[in-house]
Design a protein around this ligand. Structure first.
Ligand code: 5AD
Ligand code: SF4
Ligand code: FES
Length: 354
């Protein structure tokens, strides 16, 4: 193996730091150096996060979206997609059914859907916490600071807002109705409000370079996220990027592995997108730095309609089946399912949280 790669990986493993050039270099490694990178990330994961894998139950509660991200099937311009919204009672029932499956956290995710007032979401959050004792992650896109504050006061623990790409030029070309500056502002607001912040990016977007990807990792590190979701871009035929190339499994795994070296205490999910492009994708991520899986607990009749990208896994599988499937994957790797709520191991989030 080239000594050069080995040196960079050992340095990153020891210092949890790398500059842009070092990251770019690692993003282009292959062969033995690549195996060494994955092994180093797996070791850092074990040392800092242990062998337990955290499960987050994902509820896709509305596929309405007022935005037009060039890559996403839920974009407002996709007029033939039937849209659905779940009400509070349905969301509570889905979460209630996830508790006996062992879920300690639910993630409420939707498009940019202003139908749900801040008060509605606050009430749902409150009830999930009080009636079901679940940790609550919200993922409803960009909202006003007052909304984020209300939800935090209602007990929301975490907020997931992917930055998608930290390449400002690429960001603006993909998001005709959103601004990179505002995305950053939302993320820093969430951080100030005391949320455990999740962000993340896609890998292999058209026009994305290794320099852009290095910027993604540096951005995540600078924001000091508690979770980073990194998945391959998958072209959706119902979007302007229908004919684009998809992101590769290998480059996505490299991004996850480097993220682990740079951010030893950050939760890193083995993403559904990775599992959708490679039947062993999630397993590969779990041995290259990842320590979280987010199984879908949305009822089957809605899953198909949450078609962000094509060939998404688990469309015909129910929540109990997915829970079993994931349990099997985790034990086949010699790992265990985590017992607790899976809060960030960083000190400020563990004191008094249990
Ligand atoms: N391929 C992969 N991931 C996608 N997302 C949206 N569209 C795609 C796609 N075509 C991801 C984005 C977004 C999340 C809801 O899904 O990262 O944040
Ligand atoms: Fe809407 Fe999110 Fe899809 Fe963008 S990525 S179109 S905001 S659902
Ligand atoms: Fe849904 Fe495997 S996680 S079937």
């Amino acid at each position: 193996m080239q000594k050069e790669y080995e040196g960079i990986i050992n340095q990153a493993r020891a210092e949890h730091n790398l500059g842009r050039e070092g990251i770019e270099k690692l993003l282009s490694c292959d062969g033995q150096a690549l195996d060494f990178l994955f092994a180093a990330a797996d070791q850092v994961r074990r040392t800092f996060m242990g062998d337990a894998v955290h499960l987050r139950g994902l509820i896709e509660f509305s596929n309405y979206c007022e935005s037009n991200c060039a890559y996403c099937g839920l974009r407002e311009s996709h007029k033939t997609l039937p849209r659905y919204r779940l009400d509070a009672a349905e969301i509570l029932a889905i979460a209630g059914a996830a508790v006996p499956l062992g879920y300690k956290t639910v993630v409420l995710q939707s498009g940019e859907d202003s139908y749900y007032s801040a008060e509605m979401i606050a009430e749902i959050t409150c009830r999930l916490k009080e009636e079901l004792s679940l940790a609550v992650t919200l993922s409803l896109g960009e909202r006003a600071e007052e909304d984020y504050r209300l939800w935090r006061d209602a007990g929301a623990d975490r907020y997931l807002l992917k930055h998608e790409t930290a390449d400002a030029e690429l960001y603006s070309s993909l998001h005709p109705d959103m601004a990179w500056e505002n995305r950053k502002k939302c993320l820093y607001t969430l951080r100030e409000l005391g949320y455990q912040v999740g962000s993340g990016c896609m890998v292999g977007l058209p026009g994305q370079t290794l320099t852009s990807l290095a910027a993604d990792l540096l951005f995540l590190k600078e924001l000091d996220v508690e979770m980073a979701g990194i998945g391959p871009f998958i072209p959706n035929p119902n979007t302007p990027l229908a004919k684009a190339q998809r992101g590769t499994v290998e480059l996505t795994l490299k991004m996850i592995a480097i993220a682990r070296l740079l951010m030893p205490q950050t939760h890193l999910p083995a993403t559904t997108a990775l599992g959708s492009v490679d039947s062993k994708g999630r397993q590969k991520a779990l041995v290259a730095g990842a320590n979280v899986v987010m199984p879908n607990i949305t009822p089957n009749k809605y899953r198909r309609l949450y078609e962000i990208y094509p060939n998404k896994i688990c469309l015909d599988d129910n929540p109990a089946h997915c829970r079993n499937c994931i349990g099997g994957i985790i034990s086949s790797l010699g790992r265990t399912v985590a017992e607790g709520a899976g809060h960030s191991p960083k000190e400020q989030f563990t004191l008094g949280l249990g």
